[in-house]
Structures are given as structure tokens and as C-alpha cells.
Design a protein around this ligand. Structure first.
Ligand code: SF4
Ligand code: SF4
Length: 332
């Protein structure tokens, strides 16, 4: 059974629907984590059975599947997440499985469970918790195992000044570092004696704590200089998408643990039963976006505006190459 016209389907596999206030475990506590304050949960054996059954049914699909585990938490710090990711990565029609990880664990701990030529790693660098040398050591080890990997970093205002040196250090090891704008509310780090004063000030000046609007012009300029593409920067910064043509729901879907199929975060398309029975047919081309903005880098690259300038990378679920200047291709 073929689901897409081109024969390749990119699937963002998610643990919970957007309104759920739970997440898998994480060994870090980033101040900018969009799930900060929500409950971390232990999944049960039944949850594993439910998810593995879902993926067993997808074995019938003839399309090449590029899967990304898009969980809010750290896969390698959570038993359920690890187990289900290893399972999916082993399925024959899954050609690539993308792990988002904070790269805190030595790859020797988990690589025995993974086919390195299928696994790719999207490593989030959180300098509040890990030194750059240790982070790079783990990434180089992933590459030695035979996996592809690139790094990302949410650039908080106080880290922007270091971004250039971070990019250079990664580049010197042949690693691509993609900066990401901070989105949402964020409590900057302040010295302990000033914490209470700062908290009150933040409350009074609430609007100033909402990013990306609250970046200073100078900080934005620094971050933009190192962005993977100007177009990605513009959309992350809030460029309007409503009505723009987008391939989400055509060759990319969001699939949730309970079998719900969504276009991205915007439209519920149906269920995995609908998809496999033919009751749900994916669009054969781009359709207008119903949302005002699309600031998720995982999703925005499905906009037709990106296809006009870039080509999707077949090794990742959500990475792309500039068509005219393939300068990053050798770096990942
Ligand atoms: S490592 Fe990722 S999931 Fe964990 S707290 Fe930081 S941003 Fe959140
Ligand atoms: S632009 Fe973003 S929000 Fe809009 S349809 Fe595409 S993926 Fe969804």
C-alpha cells in the first residue's frame, strides 16, 4: 500500500497531543523548555504495546518512511521513549530514524541497540548544562559509529555573544550548528540576591519576557548572521503563513501515540485506521496554511516557499539543503 505520490513520507512521531500537559522524562531543566512545569510521566508496558502495535501496522506501507521522534523530553533518559525509538528504528520500511537528544549520554551506552546507518541525530546543545568539548566528543563518537548528526542551540539573549565562537568550534570539527530563536516566555539567569527583585520586575514588565519579540536588535542581528537560512529566520521570527501553500499533510504528517494523524499542529486529518484503510487520503500537493504563523523549524520547511529555494535532505525528516550553494552538505 502506497500512501504518498512520491513514495516518501516524513513522520513526526509525538508522544502526546498538544493539549496534554505531560511529557517524558528529561535529565536537564532548561529554563526555556516549552514544557517547563508540566508533569513527567512513566509510561507503562501497555503504552509500549499500544505504540509498537501502531508501528507494526505501518509495516504494510510501501512508502519509504523518514521518522523523527518529536518528544518533549530526553529520549535516552526515558525508558519508554528509548524502547519505542529502538523498535521503530528497526522496522524495514523506516529508512531513517531521527533522534532529538540533548546528547548528554555517552553513545556507547545506547548504540548497541541502534542500526547506525539508519539512525541520525539532531543534538541540542544546552551550554547551561554541558561543556562544548564534552558535547563535541559525543557527537564525534556518533559519527565514528557511522551515524549522521548535526547540532542545534536555542540562543538565549545572554548566550548570543558566544554564538560565533560556538559555531567556529563546531565547524572546526566538521559539525553543523544550527541556532534557533528562543520562543515563548523565558526567565533570564540572574544572581541569587537579585532573584526576588528581578521576578517582581518581570511580572511588572511581563511583555518584555516574551520571545522572540523581546530580543534586542543587536542580539537578533548576531543570531541572524549564523542562521541556517534567512528564510528560516524570517519564519521563526513570525513571518505570516496564513494562506501560504504548504506540503504538510501531503508528504509529512504528525502521528501521535494514540494513532491520531494531524497535518502539523493545525488540523486533525483522522486516525491511523483511516490512513491505512484508504478512508484518509493525503493531499497530493500543497494546500493553504490555516495558521497565522509557523514557528516550528520542523514544520515550516514544508512551506512551498522553502521548496522554491531548497531541497529536502533525504537523511533527515526535517533538514534541507540550499539548492544553489550546498555549503553545509559536507558538514553533516
Ligand atoms: S534538554 Fe530539551 S527537553 Fe530537556 S529540559 Fe532542556 S529543552 Fe527541555
Ligand atoms: S506552514 Fe506550518 S502551520 Fe502552516 S500548514 Fe504548514 S506546517 Fe502547518
Amino acid at each position: 500500500m502506497r500512501i504518498t505520490q512520491a513514495g516518501t513520507l516524513r513522520i513526526n512521531f509525538r508522544d502526546f497531543l498538544p493539549h496534554d500537559k505531560r511529557r517524558i522524562r528529561c535529565n536537564y531543566r532548561c529554563r526555556y523548555c516549552n514544557q517547563a512545569g508540566v508533569r513527567q510521566v512513566d509510561f507503562t508496558a501497555d503504552n509500549f504495546t499500544q505504540a509498537s502495535n501502531l508501528w507494526d501496522r505501518l509495516r504494510a506501507v510501501e512508502d519509504r518512511l523518514l521518522v523523527k521522534a518529536n518528544f518533549d523530553g530526553e529520549i535516552f533518559a526515558d525508558n519508554w521513549a528509548q524502547k519505542i525509538c529502538f523498535y521503530i528504528c528497526g522496522l524495514p520500511n523506516v529508512s531513517r530514524f531521527e533522534f532529538i537528544t540533548n546528547n548528554s549520554l555517552d553513545p556507547d551506552v545506547y548504540m548497541a541497540h541502534i542500526n547506525p546507518s539508519k539512525a541520525v541525530f539532531n543534538c541540542s546543545f544546552h551550554p547551561d548544562f554541558v561543556g562544548i568539548e564534552q558535547f563535541i566528543t559525543h557527537m564525534l563518537k556518533l559519527k565514528r559509529y557511522g551515524s549522521r548528526a548535526f547540532a542545534t542551540m536555542v540562543v538565549t539573549p545572554e548566550r548570543a555573544g558566544q554564538l560565533g565562537s560556538f559555531v567556529s568550534r563546531f565547524r572546526s570539527e566538521g559539525i553543523l550548528l544550527k541556532p534557533i530563536l528562543l520562543l515563548g516566555r523565558y526567565q533570564p539567569r540572574v544572581p541569587r540576591p537579585l532573584k526576588r527583585l528581578h521576578k517582581n520586575l518581570c511580572r511588572l514588565m511581563d511583555i518584555k519576557t516574551v520571545f522572540p519579540e523581546a530580543y534586542s536588535k543587536r542580539t537578533l542581528g548576531i543570531i541572524r548572521r549564523y542562521y541556517y537560512s534567512d528564510l528560516e529566520f524570517e519564519y521563526q521570527y513570525g513571518k505570516r503563513t496564513k494562506g501560504s501553500l504548504c506540503y504538510a499533510g501531503s508528504d509529512m504528517i504528525n502521528l501521535y501515540k494514540d494513532g491520531t494523524v494531524m497535518r502539523c499542529f493545525t488540523e486533525k486529518l483522522g486516525s491511523i485506521d483511516d490512513l491505512l484503510s484508504g478512508g484518509l487520503r493525503l493531499a497530493t500537493g500543497p494546500r493553504p496554511c490555516p495558521a497565522e504563523t509557523c514557528q516550528c523549524p520542523t514544520h515550516m520547511i514544508f512551506l512551498d516557499a522553502f521548496r522554491q529555494h531548497y531541497s529536502l535532505c533525504d537523511d533527515y525528516a526535517d533538514h534541507y539543503y540550499p539548492r544553489k550553494e550546498p555549503v553545509h552538505a559536507e558538514e553533516i
